[in-house]
Design a protein around this ligand. Structure first.
Ligand code: HEC
Length: 209
């Protein structure tokens, strides 16, 4: 079994190096490029615009997912995630503020469309490194520079018990079958309760006020 300290095989060498050289407090250091964290003023601006949109997405997905699971069972609710999670994410961007771009991302994606870009990857590795040193220590929200002068607001996603039906270690055979059929390269299983699963990312254009 993979130890819980290694959230992704691909970060293992970086994490191992990190664990050797890091003290247990302060920002993680290590052999990867760090995100450009924002100063207080930009961070407040990113949070003012990003937090409500990220909150709306988290809440929208949770309530629709719970409803789908109740009505259609776990295997049936996989279709909701496949067919509606990305469109719902776009709708929330549009309804909130069309200049915002919202996405969910993770180093262990199920759908390759959710794979991180280089700015997201830096943030994911940074937070995973924190989690590697001390599980649960990644902050709930964080802000950083994005491409082309944009600002990015991130909200941490952790696995609640309900998530483990589809992201845990012991999937029901029917659920496993649906997952394998739809996502032959699925990396998004093997999580335990409370694990760092990924991020909601809201991108705010550089000139937004
Ligand atoms: C009914 C099964 C199911 C449950 C329950 C579920 N997910 Fe997922 N999850 C999926 C599927 C399917 C996808 C791929 C969606 C797509 O194709 O965009 C996914 C994708 C994701 C993604 C986007 C990144 C990726 O891997 O593609 C995140 C983040 C995520 N899930 C987190 C969670 C969290 C957190 C919970 C619990 C609150 C949860 N999921 C519960 C099935 C599920």
């Amino acid at each position: 079994m993979m130890p819980r300290l290694t959230p992704s095989r691909s970060v293992f060498p970086a994490l191992a190096a990190l664990l050797l050289v890091s003290a247990c407090s302060g920002p993680p250091t290590g052999d990867f490029e760090h995100p450009d964290l924002l100063d207080a003023e930009d961070s407040a601006r990113a949070e003012a615009l990003g937090a409500p949109a990220a909150g709306a997405l988290a809440q929208g997905l949770m309530s629709r997912l719970a409803e789908a699971m109740e009505q259609e069972g776990v295997a049936g609710a996989v279709s909701f995630c496949s067919d509606e999670a990305i469109p719902l994410t776009r709708t929330i961007s549009r309804d909130h503020d069309p200049s915002l771009e919202i996405k969910r991302t993770t180093m262990r994606w199920r759908n390759p469309d959710n794979a991180p870009d280089e700015w997201e990857e830096r943030m994911l590795r940074y937070l995973e490194a924190m989690e590697g040193i001390e599980p649960g220590s990644a902050p709930e929200t964080v802000t950083a520079q994005g491409p082309d002068g944009s600002l990015r607001f991130y909200r941490t996603l952790r696995t609640a018990p309900m998530c483990l039906h589809c992201h845990g270690t012991d999937l029901d055979p029917e659920v496993r079958q649906v997952m394998e059929a739809r996502y032959p390269e699925d990396r998004a299983t093997g999580y335990g309760e409370g694990d760092f699963r990924g991020l909601i990312r809201v991108q705010i254009p550089g000139d937004a006020r």
